[in-house]
Design a protein around this ligand. Structure first.
Ligand code: ZN
Length: 261
């Protein structure tokens, strides 16, 4: 059984900017999906902002193990309803990999709960990524460091919650550093943020980047059945307690009520 993946692309600059179109003739999402499909254990399809429901219907999400998200120019055009749907899928166990400028996407900010802001500069600088967590499955086959000759700079402070793990750290030619590969657990879902991927550079053609993405999909995959109601907060009545207890003390709630949310 293969890991079912959706690569979600905003697909705006891919259509409007000639440099991006030349680097990624079928869109960045297609390039990323083609790389993932080179692994027989992965079955990747694509979805774009312009699709009905942005290509992320409930039916499709239920059958998706890992979602990759690339967005930049049109975060505000993503429907809040779809964002909540994706958030619930992640809380229920779907893996999520957020790429580059997706740090400002609604879904990443929703799951992080922090501004996710950073410093930046578009000057075609060399980026050197260092493996900060040796033997982490996401960096399997990656040397202790690798370089991308042309990248946009993202610098600290990065307004994220303290990560579960910092897997990669970047240095940029201008001197800044950045936590460029970080993991989180949100509910039952594994979340990975991976920094490189500015659309005017050939980043998604880079072999090390391709390897990180293949590894990240396998790491994010949760083989347990999806939790369909991750926000439930059920009341356990006295008579269902595992050990016999007698109800006592003042009471705020009425028996059988749903409680406050
Ligand atoms: Zn960028």
């Amino acid at each position: 059984m293969s890991i079912k993946v959706i690569v979600w692309g905003e697909n705006v600059h891919d259509q409007e900017n000639q440099v991006v179109a030349d680097l990624y003739p079928k869109g960045m999402h297609t390039c990323i999906a083609n790389n993932l499909n080179s692994d027989t254990g992965i079955e990747a399809s694509t979805a774009v902002l312009q699709d009905p429901e942005h290509g992320l219907s409930q039916e499709r999400l239920v059958n998706t193990d890992v979602l990759l998200w690339w967005g930049h120019a049109a975060h505000g055009e993503v429907s809040d309803e779809v964002v909540e749907r994706v958030a619930n899928a992640v809380l229920g166990g779907m893996g999520l990999i957020v790429l580059h400028s997706g740090h400002f996407s609604k879904i990443f900010k929703r799951l992080m709960g922090t501004p996710c802001n950073l410093t930046w500069r578009e000057a075609g600088e060399r980026e050197r990524l260092w493996v900060a967590s040796r033997n982490h499955p996401i960096v399997k086959g990656i040397p202790d460091h690798f370089e991308l000759e042309y990248e946009e700079m993202y610098g600290e402070p990065f307004g994220i919650p303290e990560p579960l793990e910092t897997v990669l750290i970047s240095w940029f030619q201008g001197g800044e550093v950045f936590r460029s590969g970080v993991t989180y657990k949100r509910g039952a879902g594994n979340v990975f943020y991976f920094r490189p991927g500015h659309e005017t550079y050939p980043t998604y053609h880079d072999e090390n980047v391709k390897t990180v993405l293949l590894n990240a999909v396998k790491w994010a995959y949760n083989e347990q059945p999806r939790i369909m109601n991750p926000n439930d907060a059920p009341n356990v009545p006295v008579e269902q307690a595992l050990e016999p207890i007698v109800e006592r003390g003042p009471k705020l709630h009425v028996d059988g009520e749903l409680g406050f949310k």
